[in-house]
Design a protein around this ligand. Sequence first.
Ligand code: COA
Ligand code: AMP
Length: 630
Amino acid sequence: MGYTEVYNAAKADPEAFWLEQAKAIDWVEPPTQALFDRGQDLYEWYADARVNGCYNAVDRHVEQGRADQVAIIHDSPITGTKQEITFAELQTRVSRLAGALVAQGVETGDRVIIYMPMVPEAVEAMLACARIGAVHSVVFGGFAAHELAVRIDDCTPKAIIAASCGMEPNRVVHYKPLLDGAIEMAAHKPDACIILQRAQAPCDLIEGRDVEWHAAMAAGTPADCVPVAGNHPAYILYTSGTTGAPKGVVRHTAGHLVALNWTMKNVYNVDPGDVFWAASDVGWVVGHSYIAYGPLIHGNTTVVFEGKPVGTPDAGTFWRVISEHNVRSFFTAPTAIRAVKREDPKGLEAAKYDLSCLRALYLAGERADPDTIIWAQDVLGKPVYDHWWQTETGYTIVGNPAGLEALPVKVGSPTVPMPGYDVHILDEAGHEVSRGTLGAIAIKLPLPPGTLPTLWNAEDRFRKGYLTTFPGYYETGDAGLIDEDGYLYIMARTDDVINVAGHRLSTGAMEEVLAGHPDVAECAVVGVNDPLKGQAPVGFVCLTKGVNRPHADIAAECVARVRDQIGPVAAFKLTLVVDRLPKTRSGKILRATMVKLADNEEFKLPATIDDPAILDEIKEALQTIGYAKG
Ligand code: COA
Ligand code: AMP
């Protein structure tokens, strides 16, 4: 069957299609039904099944002939180390860590926060939670203590698993002070912290609360897989929304097993035994789905890479890893390829390596600009597939089903909807627009298995954020169009979310931090074009009357505040002190107009603008940092 037949089959009889796909998973009790309609636009998948995620990712491969196959390759140019872990070894390591969690009092349904760098133990921590039915919530290492504290209070973990440090090219990131600071800030306190001491920077432990990794394992006995219901939450992953409070995307166990397994062959075109590599971080959804769960569930070898596209040690790192570990399919963010291209525009590094093992490059996380796609196609001589998805969905909404039927690539489009996704372009009133017309991208409910059923402890926010604008549809927050051939084009976000180096960030969250500065009366943060990172945040601040301290000092303090409260990952480096912000007569800040001005895009002066002269002041300020030159 080709793409169209499969897509249509899933649409015509979703129940039969998804029960068929479910056969690839090993169940304790198989589902008797695929979709469960819970009413009022809420849905669940495979809710009456019983299953264990870790069993499907690890144990079943040991039992079914892959015991000696490498499950995880850790390649860390940043520490100069490499390690291979077979499925049999992974089973031992994970069951011991799961036993350590049990010994610390963690039970099925308890939350466990994981705050780890790119080491195999991060994936093992996720699997150990899945093994005993604990719900993990991984927090990206580039977030500051305050962000970690917010997540601790929202998901109230029984335990936290962390490492003593992470390694960035220019510095060691000491995680322990961040962890201690976060626990101090949070109202909720975990009972225990299991700490992996890394040789690069071991840390002090707090007696009575912290347990060293190996000591924790010695204190427990290896734990078996605990069967959980199909709709048991596998994890919570926080992502940025419009406000400073992150949204806890919930992932149910059974749906994500079935859906991720389906994508490994049909999207990424790998067979069990092949090496698959997603160069992302376990803190992001790409890391959850395609460093940890997807490849392991499908019996692939996964690569855990601790390094950067450039500078660890050079722009050939990606190509070295692919060649050395025989990577079949490679997945990264466009920004990473742009970083490589900037250092090695002629692709001389790629030419040094035998890349015959590689079938294709997959890009996601932000818009893949045509220059980057074409450069990568030329340098690698392989197909480059853009695909579009979100933390909320957990896997491809729109992509090229290369393992099912490789469709012609149209540069600039991530191609076509995957089975189960009924994608529509709607106008503001919720009416379908004609082909080629820009509108809000919405997906007709129900979403397919593996996608978010709700937000953690926030069903109202889930409804308001996703289900209310277009009744009967999931609102993606992206705008785009569908062309005559049914190819989708993603053009922009419709909310205040920006995308910096493939990282999803909330300008609202940054504004909340700036507004907390004692000298700041009013502020706005917008995302402007950045040639490397796609977008870069710029803050505009108006000072409280009577403040006459040097503007440069205040701007530097604003930058430091965002780094301190959100984290270095916000890449917030630019603050402009201005007298006034452009607003509508009703007082709404014209952020979109400011972005267009910065990026030299044409714009119509909003009819409701209060004082157009303010735009000249904004333009002048932007010019001091190299924007609004047109
Ligand atoms: N822990 C602690 N700090 C981290 C971190 C982590 N896990 N990851 C990033 N940071 C820090 C960086 O050190 C940097 O700090 P600095 O301001 O002191 O330099 C800051 O956060 C911004 O990091 P980043 O956005 O990664 O920028 P960069 O200039 O270091 O590197 C790229 C630029 C393009 C090489 C890099 O962004 C990259 O590899 N991007 C790919 C992104 C990706 O894979 N996204 C996943 C979605 S699919
Ligand atoms: P995240 O939840 O971090 O994966 O970010 C999801 C958002 O990133 C989407 O809503 C889009 O705005 C953007 N995005 C992800 N993939 C793509 C893509 N292939 N093309 C354009 N934008 C993308």
